[in-house]
Design a protein around this ligand. Sequence first.
Ligand code: HEC
Ligand code: HEC
Length: 207
Amino acid sequence: MKKKKNIHAGWLVVALLLLLAPVAASAQEAAAGGTLKPVSEFDKIADRQERAIALFNEAGKVIQSPRCLNCHPAGERPTQGNALSPHQPWVVRGNDGFGAAAMRCATCHQAANYDVARVPGHPKWHLAPLSMAWQGRTLAQICEQIKDKSRNDNMDMAKLVHHMAEDSLVGWAWQPGAGRTSAPGSQKEFGALIRAWADAGAFCPRT
Ligand code: HEC
Ligand code: HEC
């Protein structure tokens, strides 16, 4: 009788481990979000403007990925997930993008991802200002506005390139945690595309 009980307990532990293992694995890895073409692939486009546009369209795979768009919403609330669903719980951007006084982003979003609770993290986790809203806009519109100093926090092209290639809040999109799909390629490859786009004159897609 006693022995039988032990066997059952043993199976219960195994069953629990089997149930939990895949959850733990998916919480740690980010699903790959696709690849980016290397800059060298665009060298064959002789026309400078056409090359810039093609480079920006490729970089657009990152810019219009859900990891970036969720923090660049057109309204008062962040969105979440690959379907850009409204953020749960209800939070608003507040005066500074860090949330209303009673519900600051950092109440939940810590300095690093906390995968056990699926909460993404970064020391400066907050929303891009409304002038930098990307959701619902075409890549051409996003291109024009990120170059526009009156809307991009007065960044010149060098600063803009640096921000995309080096900023660690942007970089979160490639380490999003909790099984989220990462942005395509790597931040390094994305930065190289943006740099090459700037070097080719930073022309924007026409539509
Ligand atoms: C009460 C807790 C809480 C507060 C406050 C909060 N968040 Fe979140 N946030 C979460 C949780 C939990 C998730 C993960 C949801 C999921 O993916 O299951 C999340 C996810 C997100 C995502 C989605 C990431 C992605 O790509 O899927 C964004 C963007 C985000 N929060 C922005 C903000 C901003 C900006 C603020 C402040 C204005 C904020 N959050 C305040 C709990 C909170
Ligand atoms: C956690 C939120 C968050 C995520 C995720 C995020 N951004 Fe931002 N982004 C911001 C904030 C906030 C600003 C405003 C400048 C600042 O405070 O750093 C900004 C500004 C920018 C700007 C400045 C110019 C402009 O007009 O938008 C660029 C470019 C940019 N982000 C690119 C990206 C890209 C590319 C990704 C995805 C790979 C991304 N961001 C993901 C929050 C975010």
